[in-house]
Design a protein. Structure first.
Length: 293
């Protein structure tokens, strides 16, 4: 299992660190087995680029270099006492109903000459004359108010609907852009290999990221069931560990009429030197490691 790579600038730059679940040991490409103490020394020197944070924590715990730390708990705040906060004295007592001041009443307008017995019309209706007192006029005012409220709500709904339509349009445009097939120059072939038996490529360099393995496998005939395994292996990995880095493997239908098996498989690798290793039996194959620009 690949867990980290040596950073550039180190004498061991480009080499990968892996962990074998079979024997519970750490391995460094081109060097061999390394002890947990040596792994901790690399980490303390800042020479390791981990696959991710979870892998780092697991590896350091496995090597015995990381322990759980306790987080101090903040002191709890005392509960506030019941009642009003202290202000230097007791809160004022409410006055009895009989001692509370009565607010002054609004003064009535003085009656002018000839106003004796006249009906005073409230100010909002004063400018409307006798029409304000008619039942049909009051009902019309109420209907206009209801229509105004309906119009306001309708405008709110229209604005919300337009915003939702705009969001759907923007999302559709974004998806069209993201799903558009990659054009010429957007994909780089890092290495290409083909054959009809097991083989391997020359070493090549990869940066940390996601790549794709494009492959085809076609039965060559005979009684042996065709099979294949494609692996992207760190340079210097022991021969018996190569299959731990398999990206795709399977069995081809032995009947030649079944046609060619093909596909593309994504895989992740940290920065370092690698080679493409193919294990095959009774089938012709091609394999490419592709990088997305």
């Amino acid at each position: 299992m690949l867990i980290a790579a040596i950073r550039s600038g180190s004498p061991l730059a480009g080499k990968a660190v892996s962990y074998s679940e079979d024997d519970g040991k750490f391995w460094l490409t081109g060097v061999g087995e390394i002890s947990p103490d040596r792994l901790l020394e690399y980490e303390q020197a800042g020479e390791l680029e981990w696959a991710d944070g979870a892998t780092r924590s697991w590896a350091l715990q496995t090597a015995g270099g990381e322990t759980a730390s306790s987080v101090p708990t903040a002191p709890s705040r005392p509960a506030a006492p019941d009642g009003p906060p202290a202000t230097g004295g007791a809160p004022p007592k409410p006055l009895p109903e009989t001692e509370r001041p009565t607010p002054p009443a609004d003064p009535e307008p003085a009656a002018g000459p000839g106003d004796e017995g006249a009906t005073i019309i409230p100010a909002p209706l004063a400018g409307r004359g006798k029409r304000a007192e008619r039942p049909d006029f009051v009902a019309g005012e109420r209907r206009r108010r209801r229509l105004s409220e309906v119009q306001k709500r309708t405008m709110v709904y229209v604005v919300i609907a337009l915003a939702m339509i705009a969001a759907v349009v923007v999302m559709g445009i974004w998806r069209l852009g993201s799903d558009e097939p990659a054009g010429a120059g957007s994909t780089t072939v890092v290495v290409r290999l083909q054959g009809s038996s097991s083989g391997g490529s020359e070493p090549f360099e990869l940066t940390s990221g996601t790549y794709r393995l494009s492959f085809t496998a076609e039965p060559a005939g005979g009684d042996v069931v065709p099979s294949y395994t494609f692996a992207v292996v760190p340079t210097g990995t022991p021969v018996d560990k190569e299959t731990e880095y398999a990206v795709e493997q399977g069995i081809v239908e032995p009947n030649a009429a079944a046609g060619t098996t093909s596909g593309e498989v994504p895989f992740d690798r940290v920065a370092g030197s690698y080679y493409l290793k193919v294990f095959s039996s009774n089938c012709a194959w091609t394999a490419e490691v592709l990088a997305q620009e």
